[in-house]
Ligand binder design. Sequence first.
Ligand code: PLP
Length: 359
Amino acid sequence: SRAFNFCAGPAMLPEAVLKQAQSEMLDWRGTGMSVMEMSHRSDEFVEIAETAEKDLRELAGISDDYAVLFMQGGASSQFSSIPLNLLGEKTSADYVNTGIWSKKAIAEAKRYGNVNVVASAEDSGFASIPDQSAWTTSADAAYLHYTPNETIGGLEFDFVPESGSVPLVADLSSTILSRPLDVSKFGLIYAGAQKNIGPSGLVVVIIRKDLLGKARKETPTMMNYQVIADNDSMYNTPATYSWYLAGLVFQWLKEQGGVQAMAELNSRKAKKLYDFIDGSDFYANPIAARFRSWMNIPFTLADDGLNGAFLKGADARGLLNLKGHRSVGGMRASIYNAMPEAGVDALIQYMAEFAKERG
Ligand code: PLP
């Protein structure tokens, strides 16, 4: 009876995770309490929190050189926390503009320092990423920020930029844990939870420890990475239930075979959908093949006037939230880790039938 939910976030969660949470809802392992009701300082919750961190470290291959922070305020609050914590004595930072989320990060950073937009996908209509040889990076920048996967536009890097001695900062909100990643190439990684990690209310920050302790003095305490690290992400009351659910998702991911198994599944799901779109003269995706997102697949219908009928028919089949972001229109299928391959198959079948009837 569960629908296939193609929402970009909050996104579908694995059914096994929800069932486990349901079975533990009223009484977590004989404590007589829901996790929601537990003190964050209790032994029980500290165990939940520590296990989640350990599992995430194992899944993503995060060494002891990095602190893992479980923060609040979404990925959007990191757009401010990053310059406040990392600019230090420097006056500028480098940013790559690949779409709406990059632009938001850039706008926020401009409040605190000079932003050098070293490359922009704008000239290609956000359909392609300029080759790194053409970027105007500076060795004096405090860091280089980029958005590996633009959730709205469906534009994704197929390479990790070289940043030399400058720390590389990445907004991995919509691609974390979808495939293996060499964390050692990054100074800081951040990701809002509500796509591949768990429910909203949580943002995971993975920061190389030598980058801690550089926050400007006006940095709000709750945004100061050093304070959060020193207090094991419990300077204040954390988003306990989201943290617990993230831990269940990490356990589920380990049971599925980890990020390597996810990569195989995710690349297969994405390829199927792109192959279908490319083979059809009714649907289209504008992104250069190399830079197509594995996670968020926007597509248009040959006739915009049919969008309403397409969505209505999809809803009736339990294929939910396919409407594209208001800024780009059309449709978008978000197919994160928890979207089963059967969901993609059902979508393709529906798209084929709709094109045959209405195309
Ligand atoms: N960055 C990216 C790439 C996103 O996709 C999103 C949300 O969809 C955000 C940042 C903002 O996340 P939040 O809503 O957690 O602030």
